[in-house]
Ligand binder design. Structure first.
Ligand code: HSE
Length: 334
């Protein structure tokens, strides 16, 4: 039986983009069955072309080729950062293509605007991979927990820093652990975003935006990273980098990023290495823990390709719109 085809393009062929290409190829039959259409990877946009890549024939350097190809239904943005990613995402959405991304920086800063453009063009902008790597968290939060008033979200949201703190608690140096985290593909191109807490900040802002329905600017959040942590294992418990967003009275929320000592009997205490653990508190469900691989090539590709399937399945319909329009919630310190 022949199935309809849907063209896809990947922007940025680094660790995550190449993982998405591999997964689309390796699990093609399963993906086609799930999506009800065959996802055909037509283009890979990057500035450099790895000579030995099996996807070499798909490489292009001009975004207009993708933008102007009506056969491309979904664009996978794994460039990272703001500059090119923001421009290409706006152009892709405006050209009537859904966009899927793992780019937490872009989502945290401009997600609201990009969702508005997606809505105007009747396409999707999906970003499950932007928080928690391979852990399903945005859909469960928006859908499975929709009946709850979410009162607090907190957790370990950065694989690199959790890996470093875990290895430090086992006696390794900060520098050695960071080097290994980079080699394992967990860290950002510039790992300063990880260790300074900025990456965690972007992710807790996205979660808070979704949970509380307002856009929070990550630049306005108090952030302390792990650069000054000397001892990751104390008598009171393990030190973990925690992103925390809590609903206070009225329309106010508290949001911050800082290292915290986690007691041995707390459910986040056993979240080690590059794993993430995210606790969501709802008024009906109580506390729920989302746990799994929060960084790395294939776990992140898993979330990206699931979003691709959703886009392809819901061509011409917006299935997910995460943010409400409205004023920002006032930021206060605890
Ligand atoms: N650098 C990020 C981390 C990648 O370590 O969590 C996943 O967002």
């Amino acid at each position: 039986m022949s199935v309809e085809k849907c063209g896809a393009a990947i922007l940025g062929f680094g660790n995550i983009g190449s993982g998405a290409a591999e997964l689309l190829k390796t699990n093609k039959a399963r993906i086609t069955q799930s999506a009800g259409r065959e996802v055909v990877l037509k283009y890979i946009l990057d500035v450099k072309f790895p000579e030995n890549s099996e996807f070499k024939h798909l490489f292009v350097s001009d975004f207009a080729l993708i933008e102007n190809d009506p056969a491309v239904t979904v664009v996978i943005e794994t460039i990272g950062g703001i500059r090119f990613a923001y421009d290409f995402t706006k152009r892709a959405l405006s050209a009537g293509k859904s966009v899927v991304t793992s780019n937490k920086e872009l989502v945290a800063m401009y997600g609201h605007e990009l969702l508005t453009i997606a809505k105007a063009n009747n396409v999707n902008y999906l970003f499950e991979a932007s928080v928690g790597g391979g852990i399903p968290i945005l859909r469960p939060l928006s859908q499975c927990l929709a009946a709850n008033e979410i009162t607090e979200i907190y957790g370990i949201l950065n694989g690199t820093t959790n890996y470093i703190l875990t290895k430090m608690s086992e006696g390794q140096s900060y520098e050695q652990a960071l080097k290994t985290a980079q080699e394992l593909g967990y860290a950002e191109a510039d790992p300063a975003a990880d260790v300074s807490g900025k990456d965690t900040c972007r992710k807790i802002c996205i979660l808070a935006d979704l949970a509380f329905g307002k856009h929070i600017n990550p630049n306005e959040v108090s952030v302390i990273g792990i650069e000054n942590v000397k001892n990751a294992l104390t008598a009171e418990g393990k030190v973990k980098l925690i992103g925390r967003a809590k609903k206070l009275g009225g329309d106010r929320i508290m949001i911050r990023v800082a290292p915290e000592v986690i007691a041995a009997d707390h459910m986040l205490s056993c979240v080690e290495n590059a794993n993430n653990g995210i606790v969501v508190k709802g008024d009906a469900v109580g506390e729920v823990l989302f746990y799994g691989q929060g960084a790395g090539k294939m776990p992140t590709a898993s979330a990206i390709v699931a979003d691709v399937i959703d886009c392809v399945k819901h061509v011409n319909a917006r299935k997910w719109l995460y943010w409400d329009d409205g004023d920002r919630i006032e930021l206060v310190s605890e």
